[in-house]
Design a protein around this ligand. Structure first.
Ligand code: 5GP
Ligand code: ZN
Length: 118
């Protein structure tokens, strides 16, 4: 496995959270994902659904089913938060607003969300 998709604990803030080296407000997890509350929430519910395997972004998955399972996890978290309306967002690349280069889905809800996004 090359370094870009290994768990590069030393350099990646989300890998450190997953391994417990950094604290986070944990919502739920299983073998493959961890859900945490975003430290800078943009909505009453703002949760990050993060694969435990370090993948730099949405284009770097190894098999499409990884993304399917991650979206399934995000929907389960939305249900556990009792959200009937919500938005799932993946920012890819700096111009789209990606700041942490470990794949994550933003789950946003609990308020009216405008469209188009900024
Ligand atoms: P991106 O900009 O890459 O799409 O999203 C990264 C998200 O991670 C941002 O919403 C940011 O607030 C959140 N974030 C960055 N560092 C931390 C942290 O240490 N803990 C938590 N819980 N969220 C973080
Ligand atoms: Zn990572």
């Amino acid at each position: 496995m090359n370094e870009s998709i290994s768990n590069c604990d030393n350099h990646c803030i989300f890998c450190k959270i997953i391994s417990g080296k950094l604290p986070a407000s944990r919502v739920s997890e299983d073998d493959e994902y961890l859900a945490i509350r975003d430290v800078n929430p943009q909505a009453p519910v703002h949760i990050l659904v993060i694969p435990k395997l370090h993948l730099p972004g949405v284009s770097e998955f190894e098999e499409p089913a990884q993304l399917g399972r991650l979206f399934q996890a995000a929907s389960k978290v939305a249900a556990s938060e009792k959200l009937s309306s919500f938005r799932l967002v993946i920012n890819k690349g700096a111009d789209a607003g990606q700041t942490v280069y470990h794949l994550h889905i933003h789950l946003l809800g609990g308020r009216q969300l405008s469209w188009p996004p900024g």
